[in-house]
Design a protein around this ligand. Structure first.
Ligand SMILES: Cc1ncc(COP(=O)(O)O)c(C=O)c1O
Length: 455
């Protein structure tokens, strides 16, 4: 049996799939944090270039991928679809498991699928510098990589705790020509405000977003905009090359998934794989779609669906999403990309519509899954990806209990070769599960009490 299904280069999708027009009940509009009305393009123009604002609100089902973006995609796309034969054997359950290897890209994750597109559209719009935030460093390194192809300056605000713990991600960004600073910095109002009260602040993703947005909108020297690596509609849109390729590859082997799985931080890799299958589900096909998150940051499984800010300082529009409150600070798990208080509005809406099912996994079981995977399939996964693998194991157990054969498709969103310190901690027995008390969730949700409520 062939392990890998490889698509030829000319089979890279030519269009991105926009799920918005297919949503059974539409999407709640974002709201301007000042006026509490839907923001117009002019409100967003200081933050994003117009082509990306247009994609953000587009009702077109298919959006063409420009040739220069395809040209960079060709470096690593199409990515292989691999049958996880050895992991199947290890699980001894009636399941076939296919994984889409998004760790195959130069930065090592799915993130460049959107980074390249965002860099291209900014460049076309006359922008010279991009600012962004990064947690564990996957997104920052993907944007640094993308900017190097389009001759753009790139400034990355990296959450301080990761900046200190992950010097190699920072060095990747620098190798691709980006500037990487530890957030909080004293160069923004948002950063200074935090440093005044806590000079040793480890930072957070919400704060780093505030710093990057503030820098983008206040830069006067050269045209500067902000980029986000997840959550927003246009970011999820760009990731749909993953699911479209996977669909073709499944067709090539004569299969179709019963269950589609991805881990979800802001939701981009999960959406990228699952939305083309969610479209089938909306059109009547039977397929289970599972989004895996950490129990320590249980946005989808324990948070309410509410309007909330995307950042700490209130620089972003209010989004209708599952949220734990914008000042929720998740416990310091190593899966930095899953430590975000909110969830993409598109995914949140599809959860409400019953299309997507969220599940949460404990820290230790995700590392156990990662080690089982490494010992059978060989690849060492990013700690974020291990959450998807924990979901695969759970579904395989269910299939065994039900005595039912299942075909599982999972997004292997990135490798963990620069996350080995996390594996070191796990192997040394230093990691624990984090029980999140209900009181902490209640406390954090106070931050959204006064905000408008979605319908
Ligand atoms: C390897 C990997 N997987 C998953 C994620 C989670 O992000 P998203 O939910 O946007 O895919 C990240 C975020 O940094 C990541 O680096």
């Amino acid at each position: 049996m062939a392990r890998k299904t490889i698509l030829p280069e000319d089979q890279i999708p030519r269009q991105w799939y926009n799920i918005t027009p297919d949503l059974p009940h539409g999407l709640q509009p974002p709201l301007h944090p000042g006026t509490l009305q839907p923001p117009g393009p002019d409100d967003l123009a200081p933050i994003f270039p117009m082509p990306l604002i247009e994609q953000e609100v587009s009702q077109e089902r298919w959006i063409d991928i420009p040739e220069p973006v395809l040209d960079v995609y060709r470096i690593w796309r199409p990515t292989p679809l691999v049958r996880a034969v050895s992991f199947e054997k290890f699980l001894d359950a009636p399941v076939k498991i296919y994984y889409k290897n998004e760790g195959y890209s130069p930065p090592g994750s799915h993130k460049p699928n959107t980074a390249v597109a965002q860099a291209y559209f900014n460049k076309e719009f006359g922008i010279k510098r991009l600012c962004t935030e990064t947690g564990a460093g996957q997104w920052g390194s993907a944007l640094a990589f993308a900017c190097s192809f389009f001759d753009l300056e790139c400034k990355v605000f990296m959450v301080r705790i990761s900046y200190d713990q992950k010097p190699y991600r920072r060095l990747m960004m620098m190798t691709w020509g980006a500037t990487c600073v530890a957030s909080p910095t004293d160069t923004t109002d948002a950063g200074r405000k935090i440093l005044e009260t806590n000079p040793d602040s480890p930072g957070s993703l919400g704060l780093a977003i505030s710093e990057a947005v503030e820098t983008a909108v206040t830069s006067k020297d050269i045209p500067t905009r902000y980029c986000l690596g997840s959550v927003l509609n246009h970011v999820l849109l760009h990731q749909t090359v993953v699911g479209q390729e996977a669909k073709k590859q499944m067709e090539m082997v004569g299969d179709y998934p019963d269950v589609v799985i991805g881990c979800a931080g802001g939701g981009s890799n999960f959406a990228g794989l699952s939305f083309p299958f969610a479209q089938d589900k909306i059109n009547g096909k039977e397929v289970q779609i599972i989004a895996a998150e950490p129990t320590s940051c249980p946005t989808m499984t324990r948070g309410p669906f509410a309007y909330d800010l995307g950042d700490v300082a209130g620089m972003t529009p209010l989004l209708a999403m599952f949220t734990l409150g914008h000042d929720f600070v998740p416990p310091p798990i190593h899966a930095g990309g899953l430590r975000y208080h909110g969830m993409a509005p598109l995914i949140s809406q599809l959860i409400r519509d019953g299309i997507i099912e969220p599940r949460a996994y404990h820290n230790l079981e995700t590392f156990e899954a990662g080690l089982d995977w490494a010992k059978t399939e060989g690849y060492i996964s990013a700690p974020e990806t291990n959450h998807a693998l924990a979901a695969v194991i759970e579904v395989a157990k269910e299939a065994k209990e039900e005595g039912k054969e299942k075909t599982i498709l999972v997004n292997w969103s990135g490798h963990g070769l620069l996350d080995l310190a996390a594996y070191e901690d796990y192997l040394a027995g230093k990691l624990t599960d984090f029980a999140l008390p209900e009181e902490e969730i209640k406390r954090a949700l106070k931050a959204i009490e006064g905000l408008p409520k979605p319908q």
